[in-house]
Design a binder for this molecule. Structure first.
Ligand code: BGC
Length: 811
């Protein structure tokens, strides 16, 4: 349909009809408008799966590797395939728009959503992000590039004013958005919560002047959830859609503003045209048929892509791949060996249909040949595990799981459901037949048939009033208060109360948790936690060391979880949670053949790293974690990743703080984030940007580089690499630039990259595109090229750049 037709449809609507379309119908959908031929459109998070309209373990979603993992692959084809897989998931779940990818930068690893963003580098972020968007949209599903812009940390995210100079804004924070808009044509961009240089992003002139005006964006600007804060200013600005609904500062107030002449009706019309254009793209007009989405076999893709993102950071004496031939016993240890930590916390979480833990994956792959022994050794979480269907049964039906009842203010039942996990989230709805404002209490019951004699830990995590009884004996009764004022904290950083209960094997007890729902709440969230008897911390550490000593090798899986890496708050330490560092030392002392797998979405400190022979960084790798890990540890697959972020060796400088002062966060480091900051400060990180060993060795034998180029031109270099090892492998050719000149610059900046698969002994001639932008800097409101000689550095990471060549840029 032409633009003229779209405009004609808008003209046929009344002002009230038009304005109604500009606020969500509910949390996850947009209003239909039969007079415009428009059906209901559904949106969903993103980015590691498609959650759908329910935040609920019964509505499962394929869980892809975290964005840090995708970026660590440096593989645009892989990001495209993952995007296609997500489109197929979206279609399966009736979703038209995915609220992803997140392309804010890793300004600092303290940023809580670091795991959800690709990289510290704007080029890598832009290229991987563009491929992801193309993949999603190739399946007829809209991608939403978020959060526009400078939402790089979480502290005071609703109000913080990011003070960013023009150059850093253009060269770093806007750059991935620009690349994706220009190269991939995303159908939506999400306006962030924060302010930038004094103006909140849902009203910011950057939307009209830069995003639409300069870059030609013709999609929908959707607000982050509850980020629309005004009627007139946001009505006049480039924002198109206020989410969620049904209420927002628009609605009748925007109708009144138009009638009073404070907002032009043409502004409203432009928003509705954008919305109908989106509807057309996602086949939501005139009962159109969407294109076929190609799912492939998600488990195969997810397994392969997880391994492709694993970064082999250290491998002394070729300990990896493990030579299991002569082994009788392997100790698979660590808290994250037992529970796969496949994703981070907040809106980016989904409920995978299954997860393969490292322990399960290694047992499945090696269990017939080698004895696998396991203990956790330490904890990586403080919150109790949610009560699981393997421990409790629903007293109403006898099925594994829990019974939930919704009660009104007088405690009369008004609905109920069967659940299989104690982690419970209702957002905007308590289910189709339960009026959201009628729910006064939620009651959860489960029967525990005790499997092991000993002290069980039970508890609740959430906000508000809770009563927990065991066989009618109250064990917890009181109010839990949130630490801050962001409502998402109830989900991502809830306070917890626990109690130890001695129980005897064979005994049956009923757990009953009653939560009082806050008045006017449009949902609630809390977790009923339950854990079986466990050793004390000291005994657990000692037991892990004993098992390691009894084995031929130890695989120690450590890390974080959605509890420490999440939307809604920043990290205050990069140390591994709990006593995991101590666990490494104890296991290493007991068995020097120890491989440490670090399962985190973002960098953590590894104070023991020089003493451990092999360190593999897995990120949050999605539901196939354990299988991918077994593939990589045994050598069936190569750990193909390279660091998309500098891995620091210590807390603090040169990492910028994420703590605002007087409501403002000063990006004082300007263009020097990530490796640029480390190089400028002369600080050696634990692992440099781009680092990753893989399982073979490489020689850079030459490169064809033009002696001069014209400013404003894209160039293609050719780099020759030889696989000098004895197995096939994948190399990521990286090209950096440096420049001594009048303009202040980072020591090096990434200018291009390309991944290549090469057979042993073979040489490959690898094309690497360097776009004109790589040579440019932002000055006085424009992109400029400083004429003269730049130096190109080519190699396998920022720490290993064997080829250097001069290129003169002619004005
Ligand atoms: C997040 C967005 C997300 C939205 C909807 C917000 O809190 O910042 O990334 O898409 O919620 O869940």
């Amino acid at each position: 349909m032409s633009e003229v037709d779209l405009r004609a449809r808008v003209r046929a609507l009344s002002l009230e009809q038009k304005v109604r379309l500009l606020t969500g119908a509910d949390f996850w959908s947009l209003h239909p408008e039969p007079d415009a031929g428009l059906r209901r459109v559904v949106v969903s998070d993103g980015p590691v799966g498609v959650r759908g309209e329910a935040f609920d373990e019964r509505s499962t979603s394929a869980n892809t590797p975290s964005p840090t993992s995708l970026a660590a692959s440096w593989d645009v084809d892989l990001a495209h395939r993952v995007g296609r897989l997500l489109a197929a998931e979206a279609r399966r779940k009736g979703v038209d728009v995915l609220l992803a990818p997140t392309v804010n930068l890793h300004r600092s690893p303290y940023g809580g959503r670091h795991f959800e963003c690709f990289s510290e580098d704007p080029l890598l972020t832009g290229e991987i992000g563009a491929a992801y968007v193309r993949g999603v949209q190739s399946g007829g599903v809209g991608a939403t590039v978020k959060h526009f812009v400078a939402n790089d940390s979480e502290t005071d995210r609703m109000t913080v004013d990011a003070r960013v100079d023009e150059r850093a804004l253009r060269e770093l924070y806007l750059a991935p958005f620009e690349r994706i808009v220009r190269e991939a044509g995303p159908w939506l961009v999400m306006a962030a919560y924060n302010r930038v240089n004094g103006t909140t992003m849902t009203e910011h002139p950057l939307l009209d002047e830069v995003l639409r005006g300069e870059w030609g964006f013709d999609g929908v600007v959707i607000s982050d959830w509850f980020a629309t804060r005004s009627t007139d200013e946001s009505g006049r600005a480039g924002l198109d859609l206020a989410m969620p609904g049904p209420d927002s500062p628009w609605g009748q107030q925007l109708v009144d503003a138009v009638r009073a002449g404070r907002v032009d009706e043409s502004d409203v019309d432009a928003k509705v045209v954008n919305l109908l254009r989106l509807a057309q793209r996602v086949s939501a007009l005139d009962a159109a048929e969407p294109p076929a989405a190609h799912a492939g076999r998600p488990e195969v893709e997810l397994r392969r892509s997880a391994a492709a993102g694993f970064v082999l950071a250290r491998n002394e004496d070729g300990l990896l791949p493990l030579n299991t031939g002569g082994m009788r016993r392997i100790a698979v240890l660590g808290p994250n060996a037992r529970v796969a930590r496949t994703l981070g916390g907040g809106s980016a979480s989904v409920f995978p249909p299954y997860t393969v833990s490292p322990l399960e994956g290694l047992r499945a792959r090696l269990g017939d040949e080698v004895e696998i022994v396991h203990t956790t050794g330490a904890r990586s979480t403080e919150l109790l595990d949610p009560a699981s269907a393997s421990l409790v049964t629903d007293p109403e039906t006898g099925e594994p799981g829990l019974s939930v009842r919704f009660l009104d203010a007088d405690r009369a039942p008004i609905g109920g459901e069967h659940r299989t996990s104690g982690k419970l989230i209702w957002m905007g709805s308590f289910g189709a037949d339960v009026p959201v404002d009628a729910v006064g209490f939620v009651e959860v019951r489960g029967v525990l048939r005790v499997q092991e004699t000993g002290v069980h830990r039970v508890g609740v995590a959430g906000a508000g009033h809770f009563t927990l009884t065991i066989d009618d004996d109250p064990v917890i009764d009181g109010v839990l208060e949130l630490p801050g004022d962001d409502p998402i904290e109830a989900m991502v950083r809830p306070p917890q109360r626990t109690v130890g209960v001695p129980l005897t094997a064979g005994q049956e007890v009923e757990l009953r948790l009653v939560h009082r729902v806050a008045p006017d709440a449009i949902g609630t969230t809390f977790t009923l936690g339950l854990e079986q008897p466990a050793r004390g911390e000291e005994d657990e550490l000692a037991h892990a060391a004993e098992l390691a000593a009894s084995a031929d090798a130890a695989v120690l899986v450590l890390g974080t979880s959605d509890e420490s890496e999440s939307e809604g708050f920043d990290r205050d330490t990069l140390a591994l949670p709990g006593r995991q560092d101590e666990l490494v030392r104890r296991v290493l002392a007991a068995n020097p053949n120890t491989v440490v797998v670090v399962n985190s979405g973002a960098p953590v400190l590894l104070p023991w790293v020089d003493d451990v022979p092999a360190v593999l960084l897995s990120w949050f790798p999605g539901q196939e974690f354990g299988n991918a890990l077994a593939d990589v540890l045994t050598g069936d697959a190569e750990p193909g990743g390279r660091l998309p972020v500098t891995w620091p060796a210590a807390e603090g400088a040169p990492l910028p703080s994420t703590l605002p002062q007087d409501g403002a966060l000063d990006y004082a480091e300007s263009i020097h984030i990530g490796h640029r900051a480390f190089e400028r400060a002369g600080v050696e990180p634990a692992f440099r940007f781009g680092h990753g060993l893989g399982y073979t060795t490489w020689e850079y034998t030459g490169a064809d580089v033009p002696a001069s180029i014209a400013a404003g031109e894209d160039v293609e270099l050719r780099v020759r690499v030889r696989n000098t090892g004895s197995r096939a492998g994948r190399e990521v050719v990286q090209v950096y630039l440096s420049r001594e000149g009048a303009v202040e610059r980072p020591a090096h900046w990434l200018a291009g990259f390309a991944a290549v698969d090469v057979e042993p002994g073979e040489e490959a001639d690898v094309p690497v595109r360097i776009s004109a932008r790589a040579w440019q800097h932002w000055q006085d409101g424009a992109w400029c090229t400083e004429p003269g000689a730049f130096t190109l550095h080519i190699g396998r990471s920022l720490g290993e750049l064997p080829i250097a060549a001069e290129v003169k840029v002619e004005p």
